[in-house]
Design a protein around this ligand. Structure first.
Ligand code: ATP
Ligand code: MG
Length: 364
């Protein structure tokens, strides 16, 4: 069992998925799913987690569950190979979180850098919902319930995986070897660790409104790229341009491949030459943006088209999710049985305990 390789990842249904999700995790998941190297792949829609900071907006979360499911299918997640499920439908996860809460201190949670930034971003200040504050614990439950070994995710998830590993170690130390320590699988391309938004802000994020969505129509993608943040001091074409913080070049680092140059920009042999020309001066933003737009359309068109197909049969998508939830529940429930046993709270299925106590009381 310990040498099984199991993937688990998820997304919050707070919006449609964007190209940051795609390069940070989604694309990798599809490759791993198809690689045949893993025994199981679990992918879930974290609706309960999304509610921790959207408690007054349940309709938003509800509507986005199907959007995320459609994005999954459009990108090539295949329910025949991956178990796709909705977090709230697996009550075993809540029970696990409840036990794990005793293995983590408040100060440990307060030190989590991602939670810190997210609290600032949401202007919670002193009114942080307890559920939001403790979501790293609930994430540990999501991961360990499926005995996941591998979590393909962006850089912002590193502190969450570390927290999950600590919980596993503490649990196994106290209660005996039960849970599996997960490992994060980060994108190999450094710019994909945390793709910036079209506004140049540090992270493309549904909550910041700086996204190119996988389902954006072609003309919207075009428009978003045309108004993207570049180098504000690069005014005339002849001006030398800066590459640091220049989002258009960051996206080219993430998406361009040598064959794109042959196809759409044959004047340049590769990205290094394009960058060199931009830095020297004499290369306009528009030309670079047009190139990026061509690449993005090539990547996004098949996804958009597949999504359109799946959109035609929404009940079938829900049926796929229902089956996924059933299968996921079976696995989570088996883990929970082991956890209860390890924690000595499995009273009714421990005949030995009952017999031994009966004997003891009879002797007294
Ligand atoms: P929210 O703002 O609601 O938190 P989000 O856009 O941050 O939404 P999540 O659902 O929190 O998206 O993240 C899902 C997965 O996508 C995680 O693995 C995360 O690391 C990855 N991810 C999200 N945004 C980016 C990004 N800009 N670059 C790389 N990976 C990302
Ligand atoms: Mg997030």
């Amino acid at each position: 069992m310990a040498d099984k390789k199991i993937i688990l990842t998820g997304d919050r249904p707070t919006g449609k998925l964007h190209i940051g999700h795609y390069v940070g995790s989604l694309k990798r998941r599809v490759e791993l799913q198809n690689s045949g190297l893993y025994d199981k792949t679990f992918v879930f829609i974290a609706d309960a987690q999304a509610l921790t900071d959207n408690i007054d907006n349940p309709e938003k979360v509800r509507q986005n569950v199907i959007e995320v499911a459609l994005d999954y299918l459009a990108c090539g997640l295949d329910p025949a190979k991956s178990t796709i499920f909705i977090q709230s439908q697996i009550p075993e996860l809540c029970e696990l979180s409840f036990y794990y809460m005793d293995l983590v201190t408040v100060s440990r949670l307060q030190r989590n850098p991602t939670v810190k930034t997210e609290i600032q971003m949401r202007n919670f200040e002193t009114s942080i919902p307890v559920g939001f504050f403790t979501y790293p614990i609930s994430q540990a439950a999501d991961i360990t319930a499926f005995k996941a070994t591998t979590v393909p995710a962006g850089e912002d998830q590193e502190p969450m995986i570390e927290q999950a590993r600590e919980i596993v170690r503490r649990f196994n130390h106290i209660y005996g070897e039960t849970l599996v320590e997960p490992e994060i699988l980060l994108p190999t391309n450094a710019v994909c660790l945390r793709l910036p938004g079209t506004d140049g802000k540090a992270k493309m994020s549904k909550s910041l409104g700086n996204c190119i969505y996988l389902s954006d129509p072609a003309d919207v993608v075009e428009k978003k790229i045309k108004s993207m943040y570049t180098d504000p001091t690069h005014i005339k074409v002849s001006d030398p341009g800066k590459l640091e913080g220049n989002t258009v070049f960051t996206y080219l680092d993430a998406f361009s491949r040598p064959e794109h140059f042959e196809r759409y920009l044959p004047d340049y042999p590769n990205l290094d030459e394009l960058k060199a020309h931009y830095t020297r001066g004499g290369l306009g933003d528009m030309k670079v943006k047009k190139f990026l737009a061509a690449i993005m359309q090539e990547e996004l068109t098949p996804i958009r088209e597949r999504r359109k197909e799946f959109e035609k049969d929404i009940p079938a998508v829900y049926e796929m999710l229902r089956k996924g939830c059933e299968a996921a529940r079976e696995t989570a429930s088996a883990t929970l049985d082991e956890v209860r046993k390890a924690m000595k709270i499995n009273y009714f299925d421990d005949a030995e305990l009952i017999a031994e106590q009966a004997k003891r009381f009879a002797q007294e």
